[in-house]
Write a protein that binds this ligand. Structure first.
Ligand SMILES: Cc1cc2nc3c(=O)[nH]c(=O)nc-3n(C[C@H](O)[C@H](O)[C@H](O)COP(=O)(O)O)c2cc1C
Ligand SMILES: C=C(O[C@@H]1CC(C(=O)O)=C[C@@H](OP(=O)(O)O)[C@H]1O)C(=O)O
Length: 389
């Protein structure tokens, strides 16, 4: 059984829902850790007022008893506190009233899904598009990814993320071990290690906000402890680097993805790109460097997976941008309600979780098993095979 999930729910509807299928039984879930991940996603300098309304926690509505998975589908719910303010507007039953009362949206925002979704689904109320295209959905994706993260932790696989750039400000490189990096970035309002960079990024976001503008950036995620051989070279849709790229690009506002040195690889000769192969008794096969970010042939090579994604600036701007009213076909310059000015720190948490999911999925494909005990046996026997190779 492959691991899979679907989500449903609107940003101003009552809740977001996910169903995960294919998790082995007897996985002990730590609810506190799960909710901690949801809280992490809500933080970050530059977020709008919505995050003060929400206090995301996950409820489990199926597939878990006494803290352990049963092998049945796991149902997760994250409620929207803001729904109470949108009850009438989001009514599922038909309601009488004017457009104003229903708050019909007829002015599409450049950069958001509004116009394309309206045209494609033949919807004259663009709210029907934006409600689902909103990155509110990343809350439930983080809940799903947090379950995957906990599964991976049982096998010694750890994941952490950081912000690399916000607009013009780049974080300097550092050599902190993964655990340390996770601890330090957790204390940072912009998820960077260096306090000077944090200050600069905060000031930069303030300036952007004052100008009525928005800003994007670059985020990174590192996965350590991954065994050799997740994913496969034999078929395009089994290449794990390709699947991770798809997952990263599916995060709202992401416009690019890199594995390892990524686009730099196009500028350098092969001798400065490929990671030389070494062997020692204690470490077995390993690499002299990790420029390829843990992948060759769509398979993990045992080095840490390093993934970066670029987030464009938030589309909803206070600064007017030209658009066209779908009722009158007249141009207008958008005036806006509330929005995030910068959600890059939050996006770095989302990145960690979508990557965790893809790694967990590939892990279960490789090792199989209906219970944690069965997966553990399969992993152990594979690791013994590697040792004897
Ligand atoms: C964590 C996060 C928060 C976001 N917050 C906003 C926001 O407040 N306002 C907005 O217009 N877009 C926001 N976005 C981006 C939009 O959801 C995204 O641009 C939109 O769904 C269109 O999809 P696309 O940019 O991937 O093409 C956010 C994205 C993320 C990842
Ligand atoms: C709700 C979240 O992000 C939202 C993503 C979003 C968008 O258009 O993507 C727009 C904003 O929502 P609202 O229009 O209600 O202010 C953000 O707050 C969240 O991250 O939990």
């Amino acid at each position: 059984m492959t691991l899979r999930y679907l989500t449903a729910g609107e940003t101003h509807g009552p809740q977001l829902t996910a169903i995960i299928e294919g998790l082995p039984s007897n996985l002990n879930l730590d609810f506190e850790a799960l909710n901690f991940e949801l809280a992490r996603r809500q933080k970050g300098y530059g977020r709008g007022r919505r995050m003060q309304i929400e206090k995301d926690t996950a409820q489990i509505a199926g597939g878990v008893r006494h803290g352990y998975t049963t092998g049945a589908p796991v149902a997760l719910i994250v409620a929207n506190n803001d729904w109470t303010h949108w009850r009438n507007i989001m009514n599922i039953e038909p309601i009488e009233g004017t457009d104003e009362e229903k708050r019909r949206v007829h002015r599409p925002r450049p950069g958001h899904a509004d116009l394309n979704g309206g045209l494609k689904y033949n919807l004259k109320d663009l709210r029907n598009v934006l409600e689902r295209s909103s990155a509110r959905e990343t809350a439930i994706r983080v809940a799903v990814g947090a379950v995957a993260k906990q599964f991976l932790e049982k096998f010694g696989i750890k994941i952490a993320g950081q912000v690399i750039r916000i607009g013009e400000i780049e974080a300097p490189p550092h050599n902190l071990p993964l655990d340390e990096m996770a601890k330090v970035t957790e204390q940072s309002s912009v998820r960077v290690v260096d306090p000077e960079t944090e200050k600069k990024m905060e000031a930069y976001i303030d300036r952007i906000k004052e100008e009525g503008d928005s800003i994007g950036g670059i985020v990174e995620c590192i996965v350590e402890g991954v065994p050799v051989g997740l994913g496969s070279h034999v078929q395009y849709d089994r290449k794990l680097d390709g699947r991770i790229a798809q997952a990263v690009m599916s995060i709202n506002a992401f416009k690019g993805v890199e594995i390892g040195i990524g686009f730099e690889a196009g500028k350098l000769p092969g001798s400065k790109v490929h990671d030389e192969i070494l062997y020692s008794e204690e470490r077995g096969y390993h690499r002299a460097s990790n420029r390829l970010g843990g992948f060759e042939g769509g398979m993990t090579n045992g080095m840490p997976i390093v993934v970066r994604g670029v987030m464009k600036p938030i589309p909803t701007l206070y600064k007017p941008l030209q658009s066209v009213d779908i009722d009158t076909k007249e141009p207008f310059t958008a005036q806006v309600e509330r929005s995030d000015a910068c959600a890059v720190p939050a996006a770095s948490v989302v990145l960690e979780h979508v990557v965790a999911w893809e790694v967990a999925k590939a892990f279960l494909e490789k090792f199989g098993g209906d219970s944690m005990e069965e997966v553990e046996r399969n992993v152990k026997s594979y690791l013994a095979q590697l040792e004897n190779y």
